[in-house]
Design a protein around this ligand. Structure first.
Ligand SMILES: [Zn+2]
Ligand SMILES: [Zn+2]
Length: 171
């Protein structure tokens, strides 16, 4: 038995309209995804795909459930979360669609496609929580755990002009 993400294309192509479901959890390493992929290391990817043969090739539809890990875009804290990558791809023996993946040796290898789809779609900069206050833009303290006096002092320049004007007015 081969890898669950390598599907025999002969049976599918023999009868256009036939389908094969691929439902398997794989390790990130199995599809060549390492830490750079912004996924939780050694987590699993829930692969839920349907391969359907058409006159054009084999259409692969479905989703990939991943555990991502990124840095909060406001405070840089590490954040884990669940993400879903939608998949809609085409495999062809003779490529007429430049975006199609190849059918080689009567097989479609879903691993490359899973890897590329995850790399393209995992959210780049999540938030650790929706109301993350982030870092102080002036002194850099983490406003979720510390306070600083910068915010009170950093007044919008337009307002400081107004307050200077007000100060210069006679009483
Ligand atoms: Zn944050
Ligand atoms: Zn500050």
């Amino acid at each position: 038995m081969g890898h669950p993400l390598v599907v025999n294309s002969l049976e599918l192509l023999r009868r256009p309209g036939s389908q094969k479901d691929v439902s398997v959890d794989v390790d990130t390493a199995e599809v060549g995804l390492d830490a750079e992929a912004r996924l939780v290391p050694d987590s699993s990817i829930g692969v839920r795909l349907t391969c359907a043969s058409t006159n054009d090739g084999i259409v692969v539809d479905g989703s990939l459930a991943v555990r991502y890990r990124g840095s909060c875009r406001r405070c840089l804290r590490s954040v884990d979360g669940d993400g879903v990558v939608e998949v809609h791809e085409l495999y062809q023996e003779t490529r007429t669609d430049p975006d199609a993946f190849p059918i080689e040796n009567d097989q479609i290898d879903l691993r490359t496609m899973v890897r590329e789809s995850v790399l393209l779609d995992v959210p780049e900069a999540p938030l650790c929580r929706v109301d993350c206050p982030g870092l102080c833009p002036i002194c850099g303290v983490d406003l979720a755990t510390e306070t600083c006096s910068c915010v009170a002092e950093s007044v919008d320049p337009r307002w400081s002009v107004l307050s200077e004007l007000r100060d210069s007015l006679p009483e």
